[in-house]
Design a protein around this ligand. Structure first.
Ligand code: UD1
Length: 419
């Protein structure tokens, strides 16, 4: 039976026009979880219209919060003593649920959060999160599929050296340390703009944090935090996706609310491919008038090339002039998407964490399937430059990260329907 959850794309359009970037998924979900740190009503603006926001809202509601969403604004009213259990039925839908762990253990003294499990991009452990909370004095273990962390007498600051600058682990440690006694130093911390946004949110609640955006973050614990109002930063991965779409389709897209400083390396790579990128009053404009040149890319933690744009780079190289090598250094199995791209005629061979790509002049439409958010977006970009029709099944993955993607693509001239 035909799936009803798909994008249908007829390739060939050059995308032209204007898009506006919404708030970042990878920021807003963390801000929502961190609102648990202060009793009372916190307001978050520039909230994107994506399903994961509703899942986090359900999770917070189950913990006793009153959550009201009004278009791009959300208020979260946090009770004196929130619940402490995040159940599997919600956590399994969205890995960012793990971000309630740090706030709950320090505020309530106990947290039980279901293990999110692996997903289509790799195994994604939690060992750094657990070790970090233990260093702050929590007792943490895994039992019956849950991380159980307890700190009945509170947490105490410590020096924590992360083996890898994990975004999620840095966030959980930081959101616990803000209410711990004394000073916490996180070495080899993640530097992603989403994490800086979370840090600034916490500072606006009264937290004492220094070194955001650098590899060493110093947090001096305070006794309480107050509710705040905060605007989510614009989504740099969606910005990057539109920039790749402009280049691949030889189009001209003005991306409003784009923060070029969060995408230095990807924009530099697109310039190498031949794009003309200029600043506008509130964003950037990306133009392309020829076949892109192949680009070699290695993903790395920020400020390196973002792993979330890996499918877009591979899709671009699939139709680029020349041979390229793309290396994935963050997640172990992000290349699953390559099999789908090969169905469109891409010439790619994978060896461990390297993909070797020979650009072809044109791809040809075929049925494919999205396995995760970013792979889905990469396949849609490939479909835009494929001859004929491509259907992308399991489209809900894309909806999780890209609000109204089909409508926005249509506005830019693409022949896309969402079924
Ligand atoms: C976040 C983003 C995701 C992005 C990723 C890297 C959200 C919701 N997701 O994911 O879109 O691709 O950052 O920029 O914000 N690791 C461990 N043990 C741990 C923690 C992580 O081994 O305890 C490993 C992971 O398996 C992975 C690597 O570290 O290989 C990076 O993971 P991490 O930075 O934690 O990514 P997330 O926060 O899950």
């Amino acid at each position: 039976m035909a799936s009803l959850d798909r994008f249908r794309v007829i390739g060939g359009a050059q995308l032209r026009g204007e898009v506006e970037i919404s708030g970042a998924k990878n920021s807003v979900l963390k801000l929502m979880a961190a609102s648990l740190l202060a009793v009372g009503k916190t307001t978050i603006t520039n909230v994107p219209d994506i399903a994961d926001v509703d899942i986090m809202a359900d999770l917070l509601t189950r913990l006793g919060c009153t959550v009201v969403r009004n278009s791009s604004l959300i208020t979260i009213d946090v009770p004196n003593t929130p619940g402490h259990r995040a159940d599997y039925d919600l956590v399994r839908k969205m890995r960012a649920s793990i971000n309630v762990l740090g706030p709950l253990v320090v505020r309530v003294g106990k947290a039980e959060v279901a293990l999110p499990g692996g997903d289509a991009i790799g195994s994604r452990g939690l060992d750094f999160h657990i070790k970090g909370l233990e260093a702050l004095g929590a007792h943490a273990h895994i039992e019956h599929g849950y991380v159980i962390a307890e700190a009945p007498t509170g947490l105490v600051g410590a020096r924590i050296d992360l083996d890898f600058p994990s975004v999620g682990a840095t966030e959980n440690i930081m959101t616990a340390a803000v209410l711990a006694r004394g000073v916490t130093i996180i070495d080899n911390a993640a530097r992603e703009p989403d994490l800086v946004d979370l840090g600034e949110f916490l500072i606006s609640m009264g937290a004492n944090i220094e070194g955001l955006g650098s590899p060493t973050i110093t947090i001096t614990g305070v006794s309480t935090l107050s509710p705040t109002t905060h605007a989510t930063i614009p989504d740099r991965i969606i910005t990057g996706t539109w920039a790749f779409a402009a280049v691949m389709t030889r189009g001209d897209i003005t991306i409003r609310e784009a923060r070029a400083e969060h995408l230095e390396l990807p924009l530099e790579k697109l310039t190498t491919a031949g794009a003309i990128i200029t600043s506008t009053s509130d964003g950037i404009r990306v133009r392309m008038d020829k076949r892109p040149k192949a680009i070699d890319v290695s993903t790395l933690p920020y400020p390196g090339f973002p792993t979330d744009l890996l499918p877009m780079v591979i899709a671009l190289n699939a139709i680029a002039d020349g041979h390229s090598l793309v290396t994935e250094n963050v997640f172990e199995s992000r290349f699953m998407f390559v099999n789908e791209l090969s169905r469109l005629g891409a010439q790619i061979s994978v060896d461990g964490h390297h993909a070797s790509i020979d650009g072809v002049l044109e791809l040809s439409g075929a049925p494919v399937e999205a396995h995760d958010i970013r792979a889905g977006a990469g396949l849609i970009l490939a479909a835009l430059v494929s001859e004929g029709e491509t259907t992308i099944d399991e489209a809900f993955h894309v909806d999780r990260g890209y609000p109204n993607f089909a409508e926005q693509l249509q506005k830019l001239g693409a022949k896309v329907t969402r079924e």
